[in-house]
Design a protein around this ligand. Structure first.
Ligand code: SF4
Length: 171
């Protein structure tokens, strides 16, 4: 009798380690439920590294796609992801099936269908004025920088996983 395929999912780091998130942002219940459902289905979890805490630390401010879209951060992502992509290739070579990539929608790094855009740089109040500052970071369609790099690296190996996004909730 043939055995069921062994499946695994790539999951954003903070789904399992919410302490990595920017202070003031919590995981939504959707994240807990998504992880629990995957475990319940017997899907193995490969935890992705957090590109932001390893780049700017735990005291970082919330940032936007534009602020992370620089060569040094993209190189940082690629360096972090190399062993992950090697692991994915080895798992597939060993007969496992990639079930999905689970990102964090609304994150400038880990968003899959939604990211956070805005800020031209500079001192926000001086550039935008005190009352308009908060309006210049907005959720918009598209992946975050880290997910863009990851999908490119997987594509280079011929891997195109289904993707899903857990919404990033702010307190
Ligand atoms: S969304 Fe990505 S970058 Fe942000 S805390 Fe989670 S793992 Fe780190």
């Amino acid at each position: 009798m043939p055995s069921l395929p062994r499946r695994f999912a790539l999951v954003a780091h903070c789904l399992l380690d919410p302490l990595a998130k920017v202070r003031g942002i919590t995981n939504s219940d959707d994240g807990v439920q998504t992880v629990a459902a995957l475990i319940g289905e017997g899907v193995a979890l490969v935890q992705l590294p957090c590109p932001e805490i390893t780049y700017l630390g735990a005291r970082r401010w919330g940032m936007t796609y534009e602020q992370y879209d620089v060569p040094a951060f993209r190189k940082h992502c690629r360096d972090l992801l190399q062993p992950i992509v090697d692991t994915v290739a080895a798992l597939i070579d060993g007969g496992a099936v990639i079930d999905r990539l689970v990102g964090i929608d609304g994150s400038p790094s880990c968003g899959v269908s939604k990211t956070c855009r805005g800020y031209s740089g500079g001192e926000p109040e001086a550039v935008y004025g005190a009352t308009e500052t908060a309006q210049h970071a907005q959720i918009s369609a598209g992946p975050g920088v880290f997910v863009e790099v990851l999908l490119d690296m997987l594509r280079e190996r011929g891997v195109e996983p289904p993707i899903s996004g857990v919404p990033e909730d702010s307190l």
